[in-house]
Design a protein around this ligand. Sequence first.
Ligand SMILES: CC(C)(COP(=O)(O)OP(=O)(O)OC[C@H]1O[C@@H](n2cnc3c(N)ncnc32)[C@H](O)[C@@H]1OP(=O)(O)O)[C@@H](O)C(=O)NCCC(=O)NCCS
Length: 212
Amino acid sequence: MTDLVIVGAGGFARETAAAAGHDWNVVGFVDDDPALHGTRRSGLPILGPVDSVRDMPDVKVVVCVGTPRNFTARRGIVERVGLPGDRYATVVHPLASVGAGSHIGPGTVLLAGTVLTADVTVGSHVAIMPQAVLTHDDQVGDYGTIASGVRLGGGVIADEGAYLGAGALVREGVKVGAWSLVGMGSVVLHDVPAGEVWAGNPARLIRPLTRS
Ligand SMILES: CC(C)(COP(=O)(O)OP(=O)(O)OC[C@H]1O[C@@H](n2cnc3c(N)ncnc32)[C@H](O)[C@@H]1OP(=O)(O)O)[C@@H](O)C(=O)NCCC(=O)NCCS
C-alpha cells in the first residue's frame, strides 16, 4: 500500500484516516498547531507542520481542513504548499458507490455511504461526507464540500468551492454558484448566485459571504 499523509488533524482529517485505512498506509497527520506535534490523534502521530509534506517526496497527500465557518481553507493550503497534482491521493471509502462514467479528481475524499449514481464529475480537493447522494450528470467543482446526507437531483452543478450543508436537497438542474454556502436542511429550488449564503425551505438569501 502507498503511504498517505493527511493535512489537518481535525474531525474531517480523522474521518479521512478511517476511510483511507482500507487502501492506503496512513502514516499520520501534519498540522500547523505546534501543540499537536508529537501527539497522536485516532492512534496516528502528528508528524509536524503542514509544509513538511514538501520534504516527504514518496508519500501521497490529501488536504482535510475546513469548516462551514472557514471553507476556503482547503484551497489556501493547496495553493500555499504548491505540490504537483500527482502528489495528491483520491480517497474513496470502500462503502462508497461510484457509478459508471463518473470521475473523481485528485485530493478528493468520499466518505462511507456516498453514492455517485452515473456520470457524476467531482473535481479536485472536494470533500464528500457520509451518505451524500449525487445523481446522474451532477458536477462538483474543485474545493467543493458536500456535507452528510445531501441529495442532489440530476444535472446539478455545484461550482468551485460551493458548500452544501448537511441534509440539503437540491432540485434537478439547479446551479449553486462558486463559494456559496447552502445551509443545513435547505431545499434549493432555484440557482444560487456565487458568493452568497442561502438557507431554508425554500432556500433564500441569508447574507452575502462576508466571511467563510
Ligand atoms: C446557514 C448558516 C451558515 C447560517 O449561519 P449564520 O450566518 O451564523 O446565521 P445565524 O445562525 O445567525 O442565522 C441567521 C438566520 O438564518 C436562519 N438560519 C440559519 N441557518 C438556517 C438553516 N440551515 N435553515 C433555515 N434557516 C436558517 C436563522 O434562523 C436566522 O434567522 P432569523 O434571523 O430569522 O433569526 C448555518 O446555520 C448552516 O446551516 N451551516 C452549515 C452547517 C452544516 O451543514 N454543517 C455540517 C458539516 S459540520
